[in-house]
Design a protein around this ligand. Structure first.
Ligand SMILES: Cc1cc2nc3c(=O)[nH]c(=O)nc-3n(C[C@H](O)[C@H](O)[C@H](O)COP(=O)(O)O)c2cc1C
Length: 198
């Protein structure tokens, strides 16, 4: 089993980092291959350049794709399952993660495919995990949970993933009340990965 974790948080003193470590420990115990795109640690370039825009915005697919983007394509090509892990910032993923989609989902690769161009493979299982300060029931009550799910699962993961799920690990403002429940949820991901990727 090959798992790619796209991880986005700037600090090792964060709850999201704690979840990241727990997840890696669990996945490693299965003897699965884990590849990580740690966006902050790698100083991932999230802004599309003017030069890249000529390719992406104007669909000039003969123009070259940046090397760091091709490296992400390589990782995607090896993956059975991709896990996106980040904190909710202003009801979405952090800008660096958004930039990952802006640049890595190149035209001709992730959409607008053409027969003569390399095409993103269909991934068996996409798992979106985000930590959030507000409790889940509040995020659902105000419709933000549904909006985040709609955008991440229906648009960004879309048809590129055979199975896809999103888990909001909410309520981190009162962390002691939710930590145990979050860890239990994460333990349950192993079965899901086996179910969807075997
Ligand atoms: C810039 C910023 C924006 C945030 N926006 C939201 C938000 O819109 N909704 C929410 O529930 N929590 C929000 N939070 C709280 C984080 O989601 C929460 O702190 C995080 O998920 C868990 O903490 P960590 O940073 O220790 O990993 C925000 C935090 C920051 C720093």
């Amino acid at each position: 089993m090959n798992i790619l974790i796209v991880y986005c948080h700037p600090s090792e003193r964060s709850y999201t980092f704690e979840i990241f470590n727990h997840l890696k420990t669990l996945l490693s115990a299965q003897n699965w291959n884990i590849e990580v795109s740690d966006l902050y640690a790698n100083n991932f370039q999230s802004n599309m350049t003017a030069e890249e825009y000529l390719r992406e915005g104007l669909s000039q697919t003969l123009l070259p794709i940046s090397k760091d983007v091709l490296e992400e394509h390589r990782k995607i090509g090896n993956a059975d399952c991709i896990i996106f892990l980040y904190p909710v910032w202003w009801s979405d993923c952090p800008a660096m993660m958004k930039g990952w989609f802006d640049r890595v989902y190149a035209v001709g690769y992730a959409y607008g495919q053409k027969p003569d161009l390399p095409k993103m493979k269909t991934i068996n299982y996409g798992l979106v995990i985000c930590t959030a300060g507000h409790p889940n029931n509040f995020l659902e009550e105000i419709g933000i949970a549904q909006s985040m799910q709609h955008i991440m699962l229906d648009d960004r993961l879309g048809q590129r993933f055979k199975h896809k799920e999103m888990f909001i690990l909410g309520g981190t403002l009162a962390i002691d009340d939710v930590r145990e429940h979050h860890l239990q949820q994460i333990d349950g991901f192993i079965k899901k990965i086996v179910r969807y990727c075997s």
